[in-house]
Structure formats: C-alpha cells, structure tokens
Design a protein around this ligand. Structure first.
Ligand code: CDP
Length: 150
C-alpha cells in the first residue's frame, strides 16, 4: 500500500512539473481596418485596469492558437475574425505564461466592448501614447509596420 501511495504521489508531482514546464499560451489579435488598429481598455482585474491591450485571452487545453483568437474575439467583441500570421516574438508573461499576437482580419460583425469598458480604433500616430500593458508594448514596432508598411 505504501508503495502505491508513493507511486501516486510521484505521478502527481510529474504531472505538475509538466504543467509548469509547458508554458500556457495567451493569444491576442491585431485587427487592422482602414489603417487603424483595434485596442481595448481593461476593466479587470484590478492590477490591469486602465491598461490597453490587444483583445485576446488564454488558449484552452487542446485548442489551436488561431481558433482561440477567433473565440476570444467573439466573446470580447462580438465580432468574427480570421487569424493570420503571428506578429512579433513570443512574449513571456508571468512565470508560466506567454503571449502570442496574431494578425487578424475582421470578417463579420462590428467590434463592441462586451467584456471590457472601451474599444477604440487607433491610428499609428496614437500608438505610442496609449497606456499599453507591458507585454503588448513589446509588439509596438510590429504594429507600426502593420499600420505604416515600411
Ligand atoms: O480571458 P482569459 O482569462 O482567458 O484571459 P485574459 O485575462 O484576457 O488574459 C490572460 C492574461 O494575459 C492577462 O491577465 C494578462 O496578464 C495577459 N494579457 C496580456 O498581457 N495582453 C493581452 N493582449 C491579453 C492578455
């Protein structure tokens, strides 16, 4: 019996370490229309409230990154997008999370602030002045290239 308990415990520990090693992915959408980028202001949680971000969220277990982008845009904006290529690098978030930004094309619906207090279409001249979340700030050069192709 003691051996069984030890084996079960060892299995639980290794499952936990697999979880810690495999970083969880958060995806976000860079939606551009008529030369403007869609950004949203967070209302929750408290530590992020007031910060601006690209719409997105956690990829669910077994879910494809691009499917997660589409799902999050329906949930947060009530709009349908098709996710394209990743822009910028993988960005480390807290310990075991990373952020991946995908270009996304709006295919149906007008984006509305369903989950957060405000969405706004941003021009390239306004990009640097927004109070972006730290992780989103990393992709600013790539976002500039999207809005003003070099
Ligand atoms: O909606 P869900 O709980 O899946 O995810 P979320 O709260 O929107 O995003 C998870 C975490 O990713 C947030 O707490 C932020 O720290 C981070 N995040 C970010 O830094 N930039 C984004 N554009 C989206 C999320």
């Amino acid at each position: 019996l003691a051996l069984k308990v030890l084996q079960a415990r060892a299995e639980a520990v290794s499952a936990r370490s697999r979880e810690l090693v495999g970083a969880k992915v958060v995806v976000a959408a860079a939606i551009v229309r008529d030369g403007l980028l869609l950004a949203q202001r967070r209302g929750h949680p408290e530590r992020l409230a007031g910060g601006w971000e690209l719409p997105g969220g956690r990829v669910e277990p077994g879910e494809d990154d691009r499917a997660a982008v589409a799902r999050e845009c329906v949930e947060e904006l009530g709009a349908e997008v098709v996710a394209g290529e990743q822009i910028g690098p993988d960005i480390p978030l807290r310990a075991d999370h990373l952020l991946r930004v995908y270009r996304a094309e709006l295919v149906a619906g007008e984006p509305r602030a369903l989950d957060h207090p405000e969405v706004r279409w941003i021009g390239s001249d306004e990009l640097d002045n927004l109070n972006w979340l730290a992780a989103d700030r990393v992709v600013l050069p790539a976002l500039h290239d999207l809005l003003d192709p070099p």
